[in-house]
Design a binder for this molecule. Structure first.
Ligand code: ADP
Ligand code: MG
Length: 260
């Protein structure tokens, strides 16, 4: 059964898209079959996999509005083992267009349910808001992965995010769990990064991934080449760390299966 993970944090610039792209690509490299859904109107995950957003006939926007089917908007095998449902700038208007539409919280879930079992992982990149798009990601997802940037205001907004996850769990998706927290942009040269990690660890009871993603310039460069880090610079510290994170994500899933 495919495991759907929403990468969410309503703060912008914390590493959601970088994590969605590179975790997905690393899972695919490890032989997992992956579907990526780009739910951010900015579409950085879409372009990060080398897709030209101006050349797409259908996107997740058309899927949400019922103008196309999943197979019409999905780009298959953009890299080995990985397909993507791309985003479009129009997506910013979807929120308004969905007002009054019954069951609007479940549009993506309904579309994905039929194909979920064709994949080992479905990774959903969320916009930097707790909007209807993020709610759609959370009703589709089994778990929420929260990237936390190692900076002074790291914990800001986290309470709201946890509250939203609990609301969705209580009212819309009883199966939703917190996948875990991932520290991003860790800078070993500063005390601040270390302090943030320690502070979050002592404040959060939830799962925290052992893998910490370092600040690595290659991770920031790779999207402009339309490549995930494991293809752009496979030996970089960024590539190595997302590979370790992917291994940890796979392992954690297996441990959970054993409990059921
Ligand atoms: P979000 O999706 O949460 O808004 P992004 O993944 O787009 O965040 O990251 C914000 C910026 O930081 C981008 O320019 C990205 O290239 C850069 N970035 C993200 N993670 C790293 C990292 N580990 N090292 C260096 N730069 C990073
Ligand atoms: Mg983003």
């Amino acid at each position: 059964m495919g495991r759907a993970i929403a990468v969410a944090n309503q703060k912008g610039g914390v590493g959601k898209t970088t994590t969605a792209i590179n975790l997905s690509a690393s899972l695919a490299e490890l032989g997992q079959k992956v579907l990526v859904i780009d739910l951010d109107p900015q579409g950085n995950t879409t372009s990060g996999f080398g897709l030209n957003r101006n050349e797409l006939e259908y996107t997740v926007y058309n899927l949400i509005l019922g103008e196309c089917k999943v197979e019409d908007c999905m780009k298959e095998d953009v890299i080995e083992n990985l397909s993507i449902i791309p985003s479009s700038v129009d997506l910013a208007a979807a929120e308004i267009e969905l007002i009054g539409v019954e069951g609007r919280e479940f549009i993506i879930k309904r579309a994905i349910d039929e194909i979920k079992d064709d994949y080992d992982f479905i990774i959903i990149d969320c916009p930097p808001s707790l909007s209807m798009l993020t709610i759609n990601a959370m009703t589709t997802a089994d778990t929420v992965l929260v990237p936390i940037q190692c900076e002074y205001y790291a914990l800001e907004g986290l309470t709201q995010l946890m509250h939203t996850i609990n609301l969705v769990k209580g009212r819309l998706n009883p199966y939703l769990e917190l996948e875990g927290v991932v520290f991003t942009m860790y800078d070993a040269r500063t005390n601040l990064s270390l302090q943030v990690v320690e502070n979050v660890k002592s404040n959060l009871k939830q799962n925290i991934y052992k893998t910490i993603i370092p600040r690595n310039i290659r991770l920031a460069e790779s999207p402009s080449h339309g490549l995930p880090i494991n293809l752009y610079d496979p030996k970089s510290t960024g590539a190595e760390s997302y590979r370790l994170l992917a291994e940890e994500v796979i392992k954690r899933g297996k441990e959970e299966d054993e409990w059921q």
